[in-house]
Write a protein that binds this ligand. Sequence first.
Ligand SMILES: Nc1ncnc2c1ncn2[C@@H]1O[C@H](COP(=O)(O)OP(=O)(O)O)[C@@H](O)[C@H]1O
Ligand SMILES: [Mg+2]
Length: 279
Amino acid sequence: MKIIETNDLTYEYPDGTKALEKVNFNAEEGKIVALLGPNGAGKSTLFLHFNGILRPTHGSVHVDGETVSYDKKELLKIRQKVGIVFQNPDDQLFAPTVLEDVAFGPMNMGLSNEEVDERVKDALLRVGMEGYEKKAPHHLSGGQKKRVAIAGILAMKPKIMVLDEPTSGLDPRGASQILKLLYQLNSEGMTIVISTHDVDLVPIYASKVYIISQGKIIKEGNPQDVFEDVETIRGANLRLPRIAHLMEILKKEDKLPFDKPYPLTIGGARKRILKEFED
Ligand SMILES: Nc1ncnc2c1ncn2[C@@H]1O[C@H](COP(=O)(O)OP(=O)(O)O)[C@@H](O)[C@H]1O
Ligand SMILES: [Mg+2]
């Protein structure tokens, strides 16, 4: 089932910037879907449509089988279903303490105090921010802010979690911890949609990839198929994953027998190289 779906979504900002043009994007329930594109391609603009923060200029958005409508009651409902973690945590965090920030969402859902406490504790633990409850969010590092922002969304237990560049600004360890968490949440049934320009991470986690460039979806499919189209990838100011690029060089420059499709991950490359040694 398509849990998020856009139909010919076009969006123009009030100043006339055409940010999205006839975008058809969908996320299957229970999957990890990646939206890959360079800066300014329209990733954040698209995501802000998934819980009704932005309203299409043309076209429509469907969530969990229902067309998004823009009255207050419907918007509240959809925002409990679709949790969006903004690209910039400063747009998300506002409360005086980490605890209050993470508790805000679940409290507004009318849950009991015990349930709220439980969820806040669990969410902070999962993002590795337990012990920071009394800190002011603006005293945290960028990576810590990002993790608290994720905890705030997590605490609402949304069916779908949408993360706009969740690993940008994080150190490698922080990034891999966040991705592991997303993988874990997904294995528990949550649908995950992420945007990124980090091509190395996409093939490890996503089962489906969309490439967006200048407001248009120019390619979609599983990572292997998408990254096989090297011209499109490079034409969109993106690159191959480093591992695939290395295999391409070994093939083209050094005439080693690594044919397309190039492996996209270290695991895939390892298998291919070992196979060459076997034969
Ligand atoms: N509030 C805004 N008003 C006008 N133009 C905007 C606004 N926000 C973004 N844009 C423009 O819309 C396009 C898409 O931006 P954005 O969705 O932020 O891209 P991405 O997230 O992929 O970097 C860009 O050309 C950007 O300059
Ligand atoms: Mg963005």
